[in-house]
Write a new protein. Structure first.
Length: 350
């Protein structure tokens, strides 16, 4: 029972840390641009704890899925010289963009820590399956795949991601063998047992560690991997390859984190730590991408209005109209979240 409680506490804490870091981006840039911040809170609903320091109230609210950096004059007129609306358009753009940017920074930090600890799995062929496309193309164990259809490959998992998001697509594949680059054209085959298209290779399941500079470089590449993973998943959602029922909201995410924590305990706390960082990397990158989408009420939706204002050389769309658009967007988002949460709860029951 204690383990079950702990796993959900760990999940909620990780979820909250990612949200706090996002809101911290808004907060720091607001302060840097001398914008008055009325409240910085974690969660929604009634306050469990709050304290006021200077002009800002810091609060912890009872529903831990979310947070806010509430600035003076953000969604209404204010006569205060330090209100959000009274700052230059570029100052406001920096404040709004800072949240997603901080998410990407968090993803980079998490990725770099993981790679510093265990290294990376290079895209090296460990074994070629007989009868499949890779064998027919002449690939051999030890070949390092470095490019697939003009996409540079840094990790073995990028090969898996490419076949997942480009099922059945013929690939111009570049690999290194004995220090020489060679190219072949490979068409994956659908495998009934696997339930997906495969080239017919297994990776070399070995981790390679590097010095500080390369570790940071591969941290950037890993962050980019998760951003691309999120964008491709959204593309599949828009094109109908996956449905809203396949999505997970806060309840599903917390369950996934909790289950991963519990399963990792058998391998020791070091692997718990790494797995939590890995999920944190995905969630941070995901939150960064989602918030940059041009959807009203999200940071991306606010940036659209600000960019239009910059293009029009400071001529603003009225706050009332913008607030109404964001309100409608917020209602739609809450409706979508309610549907996703319903599906999460249904999956727990079934």
């Amino acid at each position: 029972m204690a383990t079950v409680i702990i796993k959900y506490v760990v999940a909620i804490v990780l979820f909250c840390v990612i949200i706090i870091f996002h809101e911290l981006g808004h907060f720091i840039l607001a302060k840097a641009n001398h914008i008055k911040v009325n409240e910085f809170c974690v969660g929604f609903g009634p306050a469990i704890f709050k304290i006021k320091k200077g002009e800002t109230t810091y609060a912890l609210r009872c529903i831990p899925f979310g947070g806010a950096c509430i600035m003076e004059g953000e969604d209404e007129d204010s006569e205060d010289d330090r209100s959000f609306q009274n700052k230059s358009v570029w100052a406001r753009i920096s404040v709004v963009a800072a949240g997603p940017v901080f998410n990407f920074i968090m993803a980079l930090i998490f990725s770099t820590i993981i790679i510093a600890c265990i290294g990376i799995v290079r895209p090296v062929v460990g074994e070629v399956m007989p009868g499949y496309a890779a064998e027919q193309a002449g690939l051999e164990a030890g070949d390092e795949i470095v490019q697939m259809n003009n996409k540079h490959i840094h990790f073995y998992k990028e090969i898996t991601m490419y076949t997942l998001f480009h099922p059945g697509e013929t690939v111009d594949l570049t690999y290194i063998r004995d220090g020489e680059k060679e190219s072949v054209t490979v068409t994956p085959v659908y495998d009934e047992e696997e339930g997906r298209y495969i080239f017919g290779i297994y990776g070399l399941a070995e981790y390679t560690k590097y010095g500080p500079v390369k570790t940071l470089y591969y941290g950037l590449c890993d962050m980019k991997y998760w951003v691309q993973y999120t964008l491709k998943s959204l593309e599949m959602l828009v094109t109908g390859q996956i449905s809203v029922n396949d999505l997970s909201g806060p309840v599903g995410i917390v369950k996934t984190i909790g289950d991963t924590y519990q399963e990792s305990l058998a391998d020791g706390y070091f692997y718990v730590f790494l797995n939590m960082l890995n999920i944190g990397t995905l969630l941070a990158a995901d939150l960064g991408v989602m918030n940059l989408l041009p959807i009203p009420a999200l940071d991306g939706g606010r940036l659209v209005f600000l960019v239009i204002e910059a293009i029009r050389r400071g001529k603003r769309i009225s706050i009332e109209r913008e607030s109404m658009v964001h309100f409608i967007g917020l209602v739609c988002l809450f409706a979508l979240m309610a549907l996703i949460m319903f599906n999460d709860v249904r999956k727990l029951i079934i």
